[in-house]
Write a protein that binds this ligand. Structure first.
Ligand SMILES: Nc1ncnc2c1ncn2[C@@H]1O[C@H](COP(=O)(O)OP(=O)(O)OP(=O)(O)O)[C@@H](O)[C@H]1O
Ligand SMILES: [Mg+2]
Length: 248
């Protein structure tokens, strides 16, 4: 692995994935992926449609079983742990097409994000989320169905952040939303990284993602085809190859 200055090699990896294989039935779609996310690091996983990005995020979150390989988090082997145990350990996913509960208010949706550690919801965590997302504070008593698509996506991210993840997993937060919403989400996620949260992001908006990331991996049909800092990735021909399917 390249040792990059802003990879903080002095610190142990928060998430360490080694030789991960994931299959749906007999069809293996992730063929031995190895990657890591450091404490407080913002890492992006890039790759074309169907490359296996969401599958990797699901496997790390414990939502699909891995066939083999190692998933270690904060030094603990979580490869066979349930999704709930992983949330309690600090791995919180906000997955593609994540839907909030539209019949509930914004505030009740946020409280759901605290349930893993607090069966009746922890109101003391709301203030921080409202500071981070004033658009949610203004609408706290509105039914989520009355929010725009962008606001609902911000609510979904808020629901993840309120759980106080050590690693926030974001699968295509852009989801066809206005670029300004995507910028807003990535900017907040980036700021949170300074407060010791790490981010593992999958995003089709490559340039936006690289603007916020410390490090990136390129996934090509279930294999890591390359990795590096945003500067390195932009300079090389790999991005082009991975996205256009040409040959370097
Ligand atoms: N539940 C499933 N059952 C069977 N095959 C699946 C399932 N989910 C995904 N696949 C297949 O696994 C491969 C990887 O899919 P995955 O959704 O992980 O890719 P992705 O990189 O997230 O793509 P996209 O950019 O379109 O979101 C694809 O060939 C897909 O068709
Ligand atoms: Mg996907």
């Amino acid at each position: 692995m390249n040792v990059m200055m802003n990879r903080r090699p002095d610190r142990p990896a928060l998430l360490l994935v080694e030789d991960l294989h994931v299959a749906y039935g007999k069809a293996e779609v992730v063929h031995g992926a190895s990657f890591s996310v450091g404490e407080g690091e913002f890492v992006v996983m890039l790759g074309r449609n169907g490359a296996g990005k969401s599958t990797i995020l699901h496997a790390v979150s414990g939502l699909v079983p891995s066939r083999s390989g190692r998933v270690a988090f904060a030094g603990q082997d979580l490869g066979r742990a349930t999704a709930r145990t992983r949330v309690q350990a600090g791995i919180v996913p906000v997955l593609e097409g994540h839907r909030v509960f539209t019949s509930l208010t914004v505030e009740d949706n946020l409280l759901i994000g605290t349930y893993a550690n607090h069966p009746r919801g922890d109101r003391s965590k709301l203030g921080r989320i409202y500071d981070l997302f004033p658009e949610l504070a203004e609408r706290r008593h509105l039914q989520a169905s009355r929010l725009s698509g962008g606001q609902q996506q911000i609510l979904a991210v808020g629901q993840g952040v309120i759980a106080e993840p050590r690693l926030l997993i974001l699968d295509e937060p852009s989801g066809g939303l206005a670029p300004i919403v995507v910028d807003r989400i990535l900017t907040v996620a980036h700021e949170l990284c300074r407060a010791a949260m790490a981010v593992l992001l999958v995003e089709q908006l490559v340039e936006k993602a690289l603007r916020h990331a410390h490090y990136g991996y390129l996934l090509e049909t279930g294999r890591i085809a390359g990795e590096g800092t945003p500067v390195t990735l932009r300079e090389g021909t790999l991005l082009e190859r991975v996205y256009l399917g040409g040959h370097a």
